[in-house]
Design a binder for this molecule. Structure first.
Ligand code: HH2
Length: 292
């Protein structure tokens, strides 16, 4: 059988098939200060319209965030995060059947988001809030565990690793084991090495090359490289002009075995993913050569 192995990702009542078709997670930041789309969607009507547009463009998941976690950013209290995100989630739930993810480190926000219709918790702190694991276990929501060294405020000061790929892999393995021990089903979990979160450009590139090591855990791997700083430094482009670099990172990630891409440019990423998925479904050159 050619192509990639199928993995089921359980997100509340839904069984999401990962592996054949790369899943596209569209970014919807309802914040005043996100690094790329900050301030564009603080108006709820515009936020809902952007969410629906991304669904129409082919997004499988809409990831809604009420806190910027760009380098140097400060934490946003749960109450404010809830005020920003919940009305948008409730409205998108009414108007679309797509999966909804809440990008939060706060258990209180995650619980409110799931009550409003979210299917997935995207936790960049990998369960740092002691209540978060209970929310995931009780609701059965999909759970993205992401690696970060330090906190957004200080993470880019001087990130250091011995072997970044194995350290990040071990951290995510430990967090997944903790979640499972506390009642989260293994099928709920997806893993993310956290591109740009306490990493130099070399660390980010090593982690993209190291995707197969992370995929070996048997859980879906998510990559969020879209428009990030390392692409800007490699290409000399500002965030709004990083589409080509972002697509290159996305295609490379797909060829290394990623199942979910978190992106700003949904239409373009869907087009790139369709090409890669279609080509890969035919089998690799080596697989075909072995067969014939
Ligand atoms: N990156 C950002 C936010 N959430 N979640 C996951 N799982 N993986 C990521 O790489 C990731 C994430 C940061 O990007 P963005 O939301 O575009 O910007 P900001 O944090 O400034 O809102």
């Amino acid at each position: 059988m050619f192509g990639k192995t199928q993995i089921i990702w359980r997100c509340r009542g839904r069984e999401v098939v990962c592996g054949q078709k790369t899943l596209i997670m569209g970014i919807l930041n309802v914040t005043p200060d996100s690094f790329s789309d900050g301030g564009k969607f603080v108006d709820p009507e515009q936020a809902v319209a952007r969410g629906l547009q991304m669904v129409a463009e082919g997004a499988d998941i809409i990831d809604i965030g009420g806190e910027s976690t760009r380098p140097g950013s400060k934490p946003v209290p749960a109450k404010e995060e809830i005020r920003r995100t919940i009305p948008i989630i409730a409205e998108l739930k009414k108007q679309s059947r797509g999966l909804i993810s809440i990008d939060t480190r706060n258990a209180e926000t995650a619980r409110a988001a799931i009550a409003a219709g979210a299917d997935i918790i995207n936790d960049i702190s990998a369960l740092a809030d002691p209540q978060m694991v209970n929310v995931a276990a009780e609701t059965g929501a999909g759970l993205v565990l992401m690696h970060m060294q330090g906190t957004p405020q200080t993470m880019q000061n001087d990130p250091r690793y011995g072997d970044v790929v194995s350290e990040v892999g071990r951290f995510l393995e430990e967090r997944a084991a903790f979640a499972i021990e506390r009642g989260v089903a293994p099928e709920q979990i997806a893993l993310d090495p956290g591109i740009g979160f306490g990493k130099t450009d070399e660390h980010n590139l090593a982690l993209l090359r190291g995707i197969p090591a992370l995929a070996a855990a048997g859980r879906p791997v998510l990559i969020g490289a879209s428009r990030k700083g390392f692409i800007g430094r490699l290409t000399g482009c500002e965030p709004a002009d990083r589409l080509a670099g972002s697509l290159a990172a996305a295609v490379f990630s797909m060829l290394r075995g990623v199942q979910i891409l978190r992106v700003h440019d949904v239409k373009e990423s869907c087009d790139a993913a369709r090409l890669v998925d279609t080509l890969r479904a035919q089998g690799t050159h080596d697989e075909l050569a072995a067969q014939y």
